[in-house]
Every structure is written in C-alpha cells, then in structure tokens.
Design a protein around this ligand. Sequence first.
Ligand SMILES: [Zn+2]
Length: 312
Amino acid sequence: MPRSPTPHPTDGSGLHRRRQLVGLAAALAVAVGSIVIVAVSVGSPGKWDPTQLAQGAAAEKPKMELEAQARAAAAVIEKRKEEIKAENAAIDAVLQTTGIISQAGPGNKEVALTFDDGPSSYTGGILDTLKKYDAKATFFTLGNQISEFPLPLQRAVAEGHVVGNHTWDHQDLTRLAPKDIRGELNDNTDAVTGKNLPAPKLFRPPYGAVNDLVVAEARRAGMLTVMWSLDTNDYKLPGVDVMAAQVLAEVEPGSIILMHDGGGDRTTTSAALPRMLKGLRKAGYKMVTLPQLLLHNPPAAEQNTVGRTPAA
Ligand SMILES: [Zn+2]
C-alpha cells in the first residue's frame, strides 16, 4: 500500500530544519570567534603566559607546605600541652639546683641527640632519618637562620622534636656586655615565638663558651644552660664510620650528644646518623628530647661542665 502523501498540518519540519541550520551556523561562528580570541590572547605577549602560571604554582607549593607544617606544629603543641608543662616543670626543678648541666641522670636507658646551628638545608634530611628510626631530638637553633629556613623548624616541632636557644647569630657571649647577652638570648626567643612555637627553655652557648654571667643571664630568662657529655666532633668531618663508632663506644644512659645541622658542611653528620641510630637502638637506647630526658632522668646538681672542647 502506497504511503499516503497526506500533509500534516502541523508539519513544519522543513522550516525547523532551516532554523536548526541557522542556529548551528551561528553557534559555529561564536565558537570560531572564541577560538580566534583565545588564539590572539595566547599569541599576544604579556597578557597570559602559561610559564608564568607554572612558576606561580611552583612558588605556591612551598608556601602551602609551610602552612601545613605550621598547622601540624600548632596541633602537636596543643596535644602535648600537659606533657610540655611537666617537662618545663622538670627543667625549672633543675634550675633550682644548678644553672648548667652537661648530662642527665642514669635512671633510664635514654639519650638526647642535640643539633646546633640550624635550621639549614641539612635539617630536612636529618628529620627524615630521625623519623625513620623513631628518634626524637633537640635543635639548638640560631635566630638569624629561622626566617630563611622556617619549614624545617615547623616540621621539627610537628614531628615531636624540641627547639632550644643557640642565640641570635652565634657570638661568643663571654665577650659581650650583660645587655648584649640578653639581646642575643631574647632575639632568638622572639624569632622562635614569632613562628608561634613555644619559647625555648634550654640554652646552649655558641662555641660552648660560658661563664657565670652567661649562665646567670640564661637562668634569668628562664632557661637552663645545656652543654654536652658526648662530642661527636662532627664539625671536623671525622668520617661516617669514625663518628658512628665513637658515639656507640662512648654512649651511656643520660648522655647528651653534640652534633650540628647547620653552620657548615654537615654531610658527614647526615650520613653517619642512620648508622648511629641503628646502633643505639640495637644497644637498647631510646632517643628522646632533652626535656623528656631531664624529666625521666633528673641530672645531678654537681656536674663537671668546665673544660669541654669548644665546638662550632
Ligand atoms: Zn654553635
């Protein structure tokens, strides 16, 4: 049966199709126009440069990382509030009997690793190693390094390490007037608290140079002067094997171990650390922060803190 040619009164398909075509052409024209505009924008210098965007993103990344570490540090400080209070009380108790110590008591098989002269470009790698071996440490920082290396400083606190005071710019305090000693100590503390981190309760004198005045000024600022009982001499670059072996031979419960994460070539320190930590753990030692060490192993009031090798 032939199809009925009966026209549909409402059949407007021919007209509709024409409208569709016109619409498509218009859309195409707009699309082509847009492409041309984009092409012109890309081509014109100074308007939109994808490399600049990439550089911007690269600069944004460390900033975001720093903000994340600072938030993590603040959370850890908040979480450890009661522990920090107990540790500070332990330090204050020591300050009642002496202003200066070089080692803790022998009660528990614990030692304190200390790193001076940072933060620096070496600190991040040292933090990686400490994390790997579940070791905590104390960083005696320099105020003038802090603005340059705020990331490892925040990260150290976020990962449970402690920040101590090593002055603003590493001067021999025994050669300074009282007001200048105070300036060196306060400027460091301000740099640390300026990053929303707890004010240091521990102080290590640059070059290990102390006299009664320096100890008294630190004490007046609420800080205990902490020397060391085991000098790795890492600043002399003794070699990885020698450094690790020396620590393992001389370590004892309550040892305060001196190392450096700034102020020079610290490749030896960084490289010796895994071996040292492996050996210490094998020997049954726990690596804790100085405040924890002083809380767990109260130091003797009378200590030989004179005649230590001056260190960098
Ligand atoms: Zn130093």
